[in-house]
Design a protein around this ligand. Structure first.
Ligand code: NCD
Length: 366
């Protein structure tokens, strides 16, 4: 069997997911489709437990020992503030040392070394690679390359072109999970019986065509039957056909909308996004009028009192700073949640999530 397909993105999703697993467990973290409901719920609980344990000095010290024998490489050749720093902080939470390459002009790539070789070189010095790359499919191709190495290490995707950003989507679900859960017990409960997303209306707003966070988050939310998804964007930037087909296949209620003021009063959560004009060929989207796709101060009287306002950031004008100190603004929380979720994900990949779980249960009541 060829375990190193040149272009894994051409394979059926099920096969792609299998190539990214080890012993029926998630190994490389590349696609949101790798996460089923049980795994999402499990990781939200591990993230919550990690955050609670870290609150006490002894707990933080314990967490620090979990991966103190491992090293991570943060290979980020596309700009990043939050994802880079929260992965770095997550490594520190677990006691894992890390190093980074952010500017390929300081590496042997300037001597003509291919990116493929660079990644394989990195794999010899580190125990995992966390990668952000401007090209879709690159992280997945590299994960499959690493499968062919005698020393295989996991690769985590911190954003791949316009395609996917699975760890951002996981922190987004965790943030929503915290908003919709009624109690701490709800957040760390063992069973996955309760579907916190049932009956909730969540709107994605902005550049849905090129926003990778929205694509990944849609795949995750589709694991929760009973959720209702609204895609609110100008025609030119509407969500792509492959995502709509996916939702149809999974019988998830979804509607395409073209005006935020019309639907905002109906929402339990709004997920705002910026115009991704770095993907323009010739500034073709710069003139699109986004005024009907912005959360402005004037919309405030329409908003529900328990609305959750999310944004992966960075923002432009689509999210008014008027909301910054409003308790409904969850975009600051998203960043901190990202650190805990990424720590949970790294722990899972290294198969030490059970160490966190056991520690939690021996020290806390829930
Ligand atoms: C997002 C990204 O890089 O895709 N940012 C992030 O990771 N928090 C969103 C964006 O750049 O618009």
């Amino acid at each position: 069997m060829d375990i190193r397909p040149e272009d894994p993105t051409e394979l059926p999703t099920r096969r792609r997911v299998r190539l990214l697993s080890r012993d029926d467990r998630l190994y490389h973290v590349i696609l949101a489709q790798q996460f089923d409901r049980e795994l999402i719920d499990h990781l939200c609980r591990i993230a919550e437990m990690t955050r609670i344990i870290a609150d006490a000095r002894a707990g933080a010290r314990f967490l620090n020992t979990i991966l103190s024998h491992k090293r991570a490489m943060l290979y980020f050749t596309q700009p990043s503030t939050r994802t880079f720093l929260s992965f770095a902080a997550a490594c520190q939470v677990l006691g894992m040392a890390y190093n980074d390459v952010r500017d390929p002009t300081t590496s042997s790539e300037v001597k003509g070394e291919t990116e493929d070789d660079t990644v394989r070189v990195l794999s010899q010095y580190f125990d995992c690679i966390i990668m952000r790359h401007p090209r879709e499919g690159f992280a997945e191709r590299m994960a499959n390359r690493l499968n062919g190495m005698r020393r295989t290490i996991p690769l985590l995707n911190g954003g791949s072109g316009k395609d996917q950003h699975p760890t951002q989507a996981m922190l987004d679900v965790y943030t929503l999970y915290r908003c919709f859960a009624e109690s701490l017990a709800d957040r760390v409960r063992h069973d996955s019986e309760r579907n916190l997303f049932e009956g909730k209306t969540i709107a994605f707003v902005g550049d849905l065509l090129r926003g990778r966070t929205v694509r990944s988050l849609t795949y995750l939310l589709a694991r929760y039957p009973g959720v209702r998804l609204l895609f609110v964007a100008p025609k030119e930037l509407q969500i792509s056909e492959d995502i709509i087909e996916y939702l149809e296949r999974n019988e998830i209620v979804h509607e395409l909308k073209y005006d935020l003021p019309e639907v905002v009063g109906d929402c339990d959560a709004v997920y705002m996004t910026r115009l991704q004009d770095e993907h323009d060929k010739d500034g073709e989207t710069k003139s699109i009028d986004l005024s009907r796709f912005s959360l402005t101060e004037e919309l405030e009287p329409k908003l529900r009192r328990d609305l959750a306002i999310l944004h992966p950031l960075p923002r432009r004008g689509e999210l008014d700073t008027f909301y910054d100190e409003d308790p409904r603004a969850k975009y600051w929380d998203q960043m901190r949640n990202g650190m805990w979720m990424r720590a949970a994900l790294i722990a899972y990949v290294f198969n030490v999530d059970s160490v966190i779980l056991d520690h939690y249960h021996s020290y806390y009541n829930y």
